[in-house]
Design a protein around this ligand. Structure first.
Ligand SMILES: [Zn+2]
Length: 407
């Protein structure tokens, strides 16, 4: 019940009066349970998760009442598609809930339809394969397998639509509206602040989802299983411009301090301290996702198998340094959150320098970035005073620790 409450609130409250309180009506809760029950009954009928389903729908279609009320938020209830976080306040009458969709009806037909005259699974095989081929080019009937750390950004959990940057940008616009109303919508009259605390935490959880959906584009490889009588590749690297767009999104929405998330009025009611850790956790998770070894391996390998379209590891590292340390050459003072993030990037590059199982250029390139940062920080440590100067000197010392551990 709580999980459903949190999803519905944090994904739809900006456009949905039914979700603008910590406790919903029984009628609304019933509808929410109906969504989960439909999904679970799908499992009992043998359907696995289809994490690729939601990528079939264009982001803008999820803003249309006629489209969403006929098609739901994804073609399959077996995706982890959630409530419609894309619809904006000006999109009147948009339907918000996932539902049983065309993929599910087709999957049941594939699994259960009687094919008269065929007495063995073997003799049905060619007919079933024809059915699959007839639908192979229609994304509505696509299956995207579930993986823990997906290489395929079009088969992710908790996402909607065919463009993660666009979908997440709409999602963040709604999340800002929800946060701005949280004191009103997140409290029950006369009660303590536990609802407010939980729902404020959900702002960070949902922001983490948007961040992950975008981060996964970087070093992503689409995965469209095929038999050898079907045309085209199975594995295709994500085009470079999409990966570059994802990096820009991370700088804009996550690494530049997302100050809209910091709400003193709420914080003074729920905790003695902790906001710096909430922001750092969001940013750290983004960096950790980018630096996972399988992602580094893919970024490295697309230079071999991938083409002129490849996005290179060196370009990613350069962009992270330039963006996250942008204050230093500009002689601006990084705020508290940026100082935390700058230390974090050094630590993550430092971890890469020391990573022994890395067989890509990542370690060498991380070392190079630490040198660049150290040069920038050395200059900054000779000017200004107070915290700015101390921070710059500390950055130098941290870089040194990873570059010359025994000196
Ligand atoms: Zn499930």
């Amino acid at each position: 019940m709580n999980l459903l409450r949190n999803w519905y609130f944090i994904q739809t409250a900006a456009v949905n009066p039914l979700a603008q309180s910590p406790q919903f009506s029984d009628e609304v809760m019933g509808q929410l349970i109906r969504f989960v029950a439909s999904h679970e009954v799908g499992h009992t009928l043998g359907l696995p998760h289809n994490m690729g389903s939601s990528s079939a729908y264009p982001v803008d279609s999820l803003r249309s009442p006629t489209f969403t009320c006929a098609m739901g938020t994804a073609p399959s209830i077996m995706d982890y598609a959630r409530y419609n976080y894309i619809a904006q306040p000006e999109d009147k009458g948009v339907c918000l809930s996932p539902r049983i969709g065309p993929y599910d009806l087709w999957a049941i037909e594939y699994g259960y339809r009687l094919i008269p005259g065929n007495v063995s699974p073997e003799s049905e095989k060619s007919i079933l394969r024809q059915w699959i081929k007839a639908r192979a080019d229609d994304p509505v009937y696509r299956f995207g397998r579930q993986t823990g750390d997906p290489h395929d950004p079009s088969a992710q959990t908790e996402d909607l639509g065919d463009d993660a940057v666009k979908a997440s940008t709409y999602g963040i616009a709604n999340l800002k509206r929800i946060k701005a109303n949280l004191m009103d919508w997140g409290n029950r009259p006369g009660e303590d602040y536990s609802d407010l605390e939980e729902l404020y935490e959900q702002v960070f959880v949902q922001m983490g989802r948007y961040t992950r959906h975008v981060s996964t584009q970087i070093g992503g490889v689409y995965d469209h299983p095929k038999n050898n009588d079907q045309d085209g590749a199975v594995f295709t690297p994500v085009p470079r411009h999409i990966q570059e767009g994802a990096v820009s999104f991370l700088h804009r929405e996550v690494f530049q301090t997302p100050s809209w998330m910091i709400d003193t009025m709420i914080l003074r009611r729920i905790e003695a301290t902790g906001i710096q850790n909430r922001i750092l956790k969001l940013q750290r998770n983004a960096l950790t996702t980018l630096f996972r070894q399988p992602r580094l391996d893919r970024l490295y390998a697309t230079q071999i198998t991938g083409t002129e379209n490849a996005y290179e590891l060196a370009a990613l590292f350069r962009s992270l340094t330039t963006g996250i340390f942008s204050e230093l050459p500009d002689r601006r003072q990084p705020d508290i959150f940026r100082r935390n993030l700058q230390r974090e990037l050094i630590d993550q590059f430092g971890e890469l320098v020391q990573r022994m199982d890395d067989h890509t250029d990542a370690s060498a390139l991380a070392r190079q970035q630490l040198e660049v940062i150290m040069t920038l920080a050395k200059k900054a440590s000779r000017r200004g005073g107070g915290v700015e100067r101390a921070h710059a000197a500390d950055l130098v010392a941290r870089c040194k620790r990873y570059l010359k551990p025994n000196s």
